[in-house]
Design a protein around this ligand. Structure first.
Ligand code: SF4
Ligand code: SF4
Length: 247
């Protein structure tokens, strides 16, 4: 994203819309030097989420789209929820697996789904920080979700290293996804705590499992055992179709 310096009046209306504080507002005039106020976008901080553009708050249309080349286009792919990711054909940062388990049967009895949402909430992340987690998880034998956009950036499947040219790209958030048998939950939580100490951003940890017919949620006991703070959220999809699995 860019701001056309000639068109910008420096009104500052766009500034609060940027979640990354990437719009720099130079609001002081220096009349002697003939300067006028203006805003500009810090390209390093900008994650190409398109919020400022879509908000249509600029009275002079000074906020303008630019053609994004590889690897910068990844910023938009991981940050703009309306952008359809070329590797998954769905908009957004992850896959649809977590939300469509009633059809896909991704998370079966005895398994948990894990999502690590790097950069969330509201901080952003460089892909090199997500790589640290991927390398750690691959080392412990975890098999990452193949249809996930981050997994598709892995260059070396043995080590979990991402393609070198993508590491310096900053995104609003990026999700590492995988499933493991529930008896491996404590191993995963130990690794997650180590990763938290090594990375230079924040992340949210998503845990998914099937609810038993008696209402029991098996993952909760594991969460308590690990001393993690939990917040239960539910996502319900209606009318997705006939369940594929019989277990
Ligand atoms: S595209 Fe997003 S990150 Fe970039 S300046 Fe606009 S609001 Fe900020
Ligand atoms: S809203 Fe438009 S004119 Fe106002 S500071 Fe932002 S880019 Fe400049």
């Amino acid at each position: 994203m860019i701001i056309n310096r000639e068109a910008c009046t420096g009104c500052g209306r766009c500034v609060p819309y940027c979640p990354m504080e990437a719009i720099l507002w130079h609001k002081k005039k220096d009349k002697k030097r003939g300067e006028k106020p203006y805003s500009e976008i810090d390209r390093e901080k900008c994650v190409e989420c398109f919020v400022c553009f879509r908000a249509k708050v600029c009275p002079t249309d000074a906020i303008q789209e630019e053609k994004l080349e590889w690897p910068r286009i990844l910023r938009r792919a991981f940050s703009d929820p309306l952008y359809v990711h070329g590797g998954t054909d769905v908009p957004g940062r992850g896959t649809e697996e977590m939300k469509t388990n009633d059809v896909t049967g991704r998370y079966l009895d005895g398994y948990i789904g894990v999502g690590m949402e790097f950069g969330r909430p509201g901080t952003g992340t460089y892909l090199r920080e997500a790589e640290k987690a991927i390398k750690r998880l691959v080392k412990m034998g975890v098999s990452l979700e193949p249809l996930n956009p981050l997994t598709q950036l892995i260059e070396n499947k043995e080590t979990g290293e991402l393609r070198r040219e993508v590491l310096g790209e900053k995104v609003l958030s990026a999700i590492v996804e995988f499933t493991v048998p529930i008896e491996k939950a404590q191993n995963v939580f130990r690794a997650v705590k180590e990763i938290a100490r090594e990375i230079d951003t924040v992340f949210s940890l998503d845990l998914i499992c099937k609810v038993a017919p008696d209402g029991d949620i098996p993952i909760l006991k594991e969460v308590e055992k690990a001393g993690l703070i939990r917040s239960i959220n539910g996502k319900v999809n209606v009318g997705l179709g006939r369940p594929l699995y019989k277990l």
